[in-house]
Design a protein around this ligand. Structure first.
Ligand SMILES: [Zn+2]
Ligand SMILES: [Zn+2]
Length: 374
């Protein structure tokens, strides 16, 4: 049975020459080995090539339409068996871009750079001006980026005649395809530098350490990046510099942990203060705050002090400070204190055990209790 060449290209039997071309181009984009590394895609692309070869040729297409197979039994005997035509060359063949693309410029844009900056909470919260130093590429002072030794100039490349690329004509089922590759002598520049600058070796730039000051706005967060336009690496041949990104890393704080613009801290209050209520003074980031601990406060209760967190980066206002209260139970009691607490428990009808406090402390007391020796 003859192969379904129409089905392979996904077109109707009455498809026009243009539609066949379009279908092939689309499938080449999807399955060409240059753009799709899957081995199955390679097999699929062979079939697509065979289908295109057959259907783009009116004589071969007629044989298909009469129920035959112009490629003989087994299908793709002729097509797709040779080396693949490059993906870009196929696109060029269709769009007529096969002419010279011209030499590429020695001047190219520089790369972006990233720098890590560690800051304390006070600095991220209220902003700062941080000195930074970057190791980066700068324009070569000797040749001003040209890459040539003083008094010399680049000369036209003999291999490619200054075009920067070398063309070869391939005969394929698509017809003649002109394929071009960068000239190996000049790497596509069209010129060679016979006397490179001794300082930069012809690259047009050198490494240097630069010192800058970066302004950190109030309210930045861990992981944020601040962009300094044009402070990255200078490009080859003195090309425009890339950008420098300063990535903020906030050092952990001894007292405060940060969640967004809210701050959290822990404060311990004695059991009696939690029961009776008290007034405590909190050292916030930039102020002292006095807050009331209400009578009957439970362990884990939270006090919120509004507007004492980190300033918002955008807009005005600040986050809140959350004070988490730990309630401390006394670990040692004098006999007077113990008697008072027992009286207190007795008044409230609360059950307490009589664990010995003389025999080696708390743990042995528990052990004794379990062993029934208490
Ligand atoms: Zn130089
Ligand atoms: Zn060349």
């Amino acid at each position: 049975m003859a192969k379904d060449y129409y089905g392979i290209l996904g077109i109707r039997r009455d498809a026009s020459a243009d539609e066949i071309k379009r279908a092939y181009r689309q499938l080449a984009r999807q399955f060409h080995p240059d753009v799709n590394a899957d081995p199955e895609a390679q097999e699929k692309f062979k079939e697509i090539n065979a289908a295109y070869e057959v259907l783009s040729d009116p004589k071969k297409r007629e044989i298909v339409d009469l129920g035959g197979d112009p490629l003989g039994p087994g299908g793709s005997a002729g097509a797709g068996t040779g080396p693949f035509v490059g993906f870009q060359d196929i696109m060029d063949a269709f769009f007529g871009n096969a002419g010279p693309r011209g030499p590429r410029s020695r001047t190219r844009a520089g790369a972006d750079a990233i720098l890590r900056l560690e800051l304390d909470l006070n600095e991220t919260a209220f902003g700062t001006e941080a000195p930074i130093s970057v190791d980066t590429a700068v324009v070569c002072q000797t040749c001003s980026g040209a890459g040539t030794a003083p008094g010399t100039h680049p000369t036209s490349c003999d291999t490619c005649g200054g075009r920067g690329e070398i063309q070869s004509v391939q005969r394929t089922f698509l017809g003649q395809v002109v394929s071009s590759r960068p000239c190996p002598t000049c790497q596509g520049y069209g010129t060679v530098i016979p006397n490179p600058c001794a300082k930069c070796g012809g690259d047009g730039r050198t490494r240097a350490r630069r010192n800058l000051t970066v302004k950190i706005p109030a309210g930045v967060e861990d992981g944020m990046r601040i962009r300094l336009a044009g402070q990255g690496e200078v490009g080859p041949g003195g090309g425009p510099a890339g950008d420098l990104y300063v990535e903020i890393h906030e050092r952990p704080h001894d007292i405060f942990s940060r969640k967004g613009d809210d701050l959290h801290c822990r404060v311990t209050v004695p059991m009696t203060a939690a029961a009776l209520g008290t007034r405590i003074t909190i050292k916030a980031l930039d102020s002292e705050e006095t807050v009331d601990v209400r009578p009957g406060t439970q362990p884990g209760a939270t006090l919120r002090i509004r507007g004492k967190g980190v300033p918002h980066l955008r807009g005005s206002g600040r986050g809140d400070l959350h004070v988490h209260l730990d309630v401390r139970t006394p670990t040692k009691l004098t006999s007077d204190e113990e008697r008072m607490l027992r009286d207190f428990a007795h008044v409230r009808g609360e059950e307490v055990a009589e664990l010995s406090r003389q025999k080696g402390g708390f743990f042995s007391a528990i052990r004794d209790a379990f062993n029934g020796q208490a």
